[in-house]
Structure formats: C-alpha cells, structure tokens
Design a protein. Structure first.
Ligand SMILES: Nc1ncnc2c1ncn2[C@@H]1O[C@H](COP(=O)(O)OP(=O)(O)O)[C@@H](O)[C@H]1O
Ligand SMILES: [Mg+2]
Lengths: 327, 252
C-alpha cells in the first residue's frame, strides 16, 4: 500500500513536472534552443498566481509588501471582488489569469532575448549566442523577482482543503486530485491541439523543417510566439497547482523544479511532447519512491543517474527522434 | 486536376505578358556571387526548363523567386507586379509554390498531414478534398500510404508527396527543383508524366533539372544557366539538337 501511495503521489508530482517540461520541449522543437528562462517563467507565474489569488479571495496577508491591504480593499476590490466567498472559483480564476500573464511574459522573453538574434551570426555562434542570452534572461528574471517580491518565502493561501476518496487508494487530498485531474485534461487537450489544429500542424512542420514550413505559408514568427505562450501557460498551470498543493513561493523556486523538468524533457527525448509527459511522470515517481528509502536526500542524484543511463542507451532520450533523412 | 484557387481572383494578364519575370536578378552569399544578373520569363501555361550543372545557381534562382534569399539587385515580378516587398508566405498566397530540392517533406508527419499543410493558407475544405483526390489519381502510390509517416516513403514517393503538397495550395505557378534527383528511373518517368498532366490542367511550371534529356523533352522552352548567368535560351527541341548542349549536357 505504501508503495502504491508513493506511486500515486509520484504521478501527481510528475504531472506537475511534465507541465513545465512541455515548455522546454516545445520551444526546443521549434527553435532548437534550450530556453533556460523557462524555469523563471514558472517562478514568476507562481507569484502571478499568488497575487491574483490573494486579491480574489480578499486576503492579502501573503503578499504584503507587494499589494497593500488598502489597495486591495479599494482599487482592486471592484475588479477582483466578485468571487469572494467562492474559494474554488477564485483558485480557478487565479490560475487562468496567471496563465495569461505568464504567456505574455513568455512572448516577451522571446521577443527580447531570442528574436533579435535569429538568423544572425555564423557557425557555432548561431547556437551559442541564444544560450547565453537565455541564461542572462534567467538571471534577470530571478533578480527581478527578488526586487519586486523580496526573497522571503510566501505561503500560498490554502483554499483547497479536505480530502476525496479514491477507490483502491483511500483518501487523497483534494488538491492532489485537482492536480491530477487538471493535468490529465490539459495533456489530452494539448495532444489534440498538436495533432488536430492548424497551429499544431504548423508547429510540427516548423520543428521538422523551417524553410519548408515557410513554403507552406506558415508565418514562423507567429508560430514561435504562440509556442512560447502555450509553453509558458502550461508552466503557469503547473506552478499554481504545485503551490496550491504544498508550497511556498520564493525567487529561486524555479531552479529546483526547472532543473527536474528540464531533465524530464531530455529523458523523454527533447522535442517530443509525449516524451516530456513520460519523462515528467517517471521523475515524479522515482522521486517519491526514493523518499521511501533511507536515501531520501538523494532524489536529484538518482534522477540524474537515471538520465545518464537512459542517454547512454538511447542518446536521443526515450521517445526522441533518431530519424536520419532519406535520400 | 482541378486547379482554381478557392478565393484568389484570377489574373487579368495582357496578351503576351509573362506570368513570371526576372530582370537582372543578382544574389550573393557572403562574397560568393551565385547569380550575376539572371533574366528569365515564364508565360502562362508554359513548362519552362532551367538546366545547368551543379552549382550553376538553379536552386538560388528558385529561392529568389520565393523570397527565401535577399536580392543583391534586379527584380522578380509576378504578373507585372514586383514582389520585392513580399514575404515568402505572401508569395505563396499569391500563387507561387515550390517543391524544393531534396523534397523537404516533413518526415514525422503523415502523408496526409504533409498534404494538408500544403493547403495551410486557404484551408478550404472543398478545395482540399478535390486536390487530395486529384493528387491520389496523379500518384496512386501516395493514396495507399496516406497514414504512413512521410519519412518512411522512398525517395520517389517523397518527390510525389512534395509535388502533391505544393499542388494543395492551388498555385498558378509551380516551381520544381530537380524532381528527378536520386530517384529510380521508372519513377522518374511517372513523375514527369504527372508534371505534363499538371501543366495540361493550366498550372504554369518552371522546372529546374540536371537531367537535361528529360527536362528538354518535357518543356516547351528552356534556359541554360552557367555560373550564375543565362548562357543560352530558346525552344526546348532546338536546344536539344544544339551541338553545344549535346556535348555539354547530353553526353555527346
Ligand atoms: N547557403 C549558401 N551559402 C553559401 N553559398 C551557397 C549557398 N547556397 C548555394 N551557394 C553557392 O551558390 C552557388 C549556386 O548554388 P545553387 O543555387 O545551389 O546551384 P544549383 O542549384 O544550380 O546546383 C554555388 O556555388 C553554391 O556553392
Ligand atoms: Mg540545386
């Protein structure tokens, strides 16, 4: 039973990691670039969610220093007051708002840090320069968060209490059930977007061959922007769900989750959307299983060990493409 | 083949006016002058061939028409209108489609998805359905492989897919870059029969080839490109019997 429980918790953890991993893998797909700033978009999204949620439930104690109680009860009350007394609706609205804000941030990061460099430079620099600006963007966002929100740990308001009964597993906290449910729905939705919509097809075409995609009439810069928006909004969903369940928000929180999500994306095969989901789940489950043992401090060590082993056997990751062009 | 575009207005071209016109087109890659002033005209309904050795600048010419490389000089006009300000997407919308060198199909998308992407700009359900039918009639091998990933096709099938994908856009001008490259002779015959069939339905074609024999027998007029310049032009049959061409491109 213990193991079963750990696996279940691992799946919820993993689903959240997968939501973040998807952003790495989709951006890599279209730009062949590791967007190191993605983990910081995740962190910023956690703050966005915190601010929106606090305003929506009318309790700004968690955001003191960011929003004053006076402003909350006067300026913002008109806009955000409607859902007071409905914590679930407030949480849902805060999540959506955080997703929108994170999309805008993601698009902004791309415009500022990557777009100006596209098609410039020669040889190895074409790949290296954007990596440097990615790291720079990441540091910038982290420092910006310190400045705006200070370094203190801020707990999320606990709006989801109570438990639900799951047959075979017993009681699980309702926030975990929500994470799991929301992640499953979002991942199915994402599969549908990628497989069925014109945007999804354009994104896959662009990943495969940029020039050929342009020859189909795909406006590549628009698809790139939309990919950043989609990836960032998924990270925001992950961030808010994660924080609702268990966590505090702090400016360096992106590093821990971001690293695991990045590893998940590489493990699953960077560029592969299903791979990112699988990688996330595996890392979540491994993490929880390790906690059952005496080596619970060594989760990240084991995660990297698994990564190295998988890459030794399958250099492109579990589901990564190893196809070579046919002549 | 049904070739009318679902929304684009048909062209009002003056009698004898070219559909495509390149005047003194120059393209450089860094210091390398790939095109040194190319003049070329394609009239509506024609199949025009452009032949030339490897590195002569054939692909670069097609890229300059699609707006995939910047011009260092000269102009590209479609139906008399200069395309200088137009992006590649706009040129596709105006009716130019390219089946690029090396096919450049999307290997991890299915054959059907590859074809659908050809219709990305108009997305007209009826036109898509019709062209899908027409393309399967033209290339029955594709019809049998719709659900397969593009990357699993043979080279010849991929070329058929690249041409079919370009047709899905309902172009008025189809540019083909070496459709015979690296393809089994039997399939080359099939593909060139299809090219002639496409032209008969009213699509104008500019055909780039290194396979001079088949290019000259399929086209009405031809240009010979040599190190970035037009060395010869004329009637395809006359060029095929030109001793210079026979010596240089037809193996004597
Ligand atoms: N991307 C590029 N960068 C630099 N030089 C190029 C590039 N593409 C083509 N070239 C050069 O331009 C010339 C014409 O090439 P291309 O148009 O591909 O010829 P063709 O299609 O007739 O074989 C060649 O000398 C080739 O080496
Ligand atoms: Mg070429």
């Amino acid at each position: 039973m213990n193991i079963l429980e750990a696996v279940f918790t691992g799946i919820t953890q993993g689903a959240m990691i997968a939501l973040v991993a998807l952003g790495y893998t989709m951006v890599y797909g279209v730009l062949k670039l590791i967007n190191f700033a993605h983990s910081e978009v995740f962190m910023m999204a956690a703050y966005f969610g915190l601010v929106f949620l606090s305003l929506l439930i009318g309790d700004v104690s968690a955001v003191n220093g960011i929003v004053s109680p006076e402003a909350a009860s006067s300026t913002f009350a008109g806009v955000f007051g409607a859902l007071r007394g409905h914590p679930l609706a407030a949480a849902a609205a805060a999540t959506v708002l955080a997703m929108l804000a994170a999309s805008a941030l993601g698009i902004g990061v791309e415009r500022v840090a990557y777009k100006p460099l596209r098609g410039r430079g020669k040889g190895a620099l074409v790949r290296v320069t954007p990596l440097v600006t990615a790291l720079g963007m990441s540091v910038l966002l982290q420092n910006l968060a310190q400045l705006l929100f200070t370094a203190r740990f801020r707990p999320y308001p606990q709006v989801l209490s109570g438990e639900v009964q799951v047959p075979g597993l017993g009681a699980i906290t309702s926030s975990r059930a929500l994470i799991l449910g929301a992640s499953i729905i979002v991942m199915i939705g994402l599969e549908l977007i990628v497989k069925r919509t014109w945007f999804g097809k354009a994104m896959r075409a662009l990943s495969a061959n940029e020039e050929a995609a342009r020859l189909m009439g795909v406006r590549t810069s628009r698809v790139i922007s939309m990919t950043f928006a989609l990836g960032s909004s998924l990270a925001a969903l992950g961030a808010v769900l994660f924080c609702l369940d268990q966590s505090q928000v702090y400016p360096t929180m992106g590093v821990v989750i971001g690293t695991r999500a990045f590893v998940a994306a590489v493990l699953g095969g960077i560029g592969s959307i299903t791979g990112a989901m699988l990688g996330g789940l595996l890392i979540g489950i491994i993490g929880e299983l390790v906690k059952l043992t005496d080596y619970s401090g060594g989760v990240d060590v084991l995660v990297f060990l698994v990564l190295i082993l998988v890459l030794l056997v399958r250099p492109a990751g579990l589901l990564g493409s190893t196809r070579t062009e046919k002549v | 083949m049904r070739v009318a575009h679902p929304t684009r207005a048909s062209l009002a071209l003056a009698d004898g006016a070219p559909l495509l016109e390149l005047t003194d087109v120059k393209v450089s890659y860094g210091g390398i002058k790939a095109l040194k002033g190319v003049d070329l005209r394609v009239f509506p309904g024609e199949i025009v061939a452009m032949i030339g050795a490897n590195g002569a600048g054939k692909t670069t010419t097609l890229k300059s028409i699609m707006g995939l490389v910047p011009l260092a000089g000269g102009a590209v006009k479609l139906a008399g209108r200069p395309l200088a300000q137009d992006t590649t997407e706009q040129r596709v919308a105006e009716g130019i489609s390219l089946a690029p060198e090396g096919r450049a199909i999307f290997p991890n998308l299915t054959v059907l998805e590859n074809l659908e992407l050809g219709a990305y700009l108009h997305r007209d359900a009826k036109a898509m359905k019709e062209t899908l039918e027409d393309v399967t009639e033209l290339f029955p091998r594709l019809g049998e492989r719709m659900k397969q990933e593009g990357g699993t096709l043979s080279g010849g099938e991929q070329q058929m897919l690249a041409i079919g994908r370009a047709l899905m856009a309902r172009p008025r001008l189809l540019l083909l870059d070496e459709p015979s490259l690296g393809i089994a002779p039997k399939l080359v015959q099939q593909i060139f029969r299809a090219i002639a069939e496409i032209a008969r339905s009213g699509v104008t074609i500019l055909l780039v080839e290194q396979n001079t024999r088949i290019a000259l027998s399929t086209s009405q007029r031809a240009y010979v490109l040599r190190t970035g310049e037009i060395a010869l032009e004329g009637d395809a049959k006359e060029l095929a019997s030109n001793p210079e061409i026979q010596a240089a491109y037809l193996g004597g």
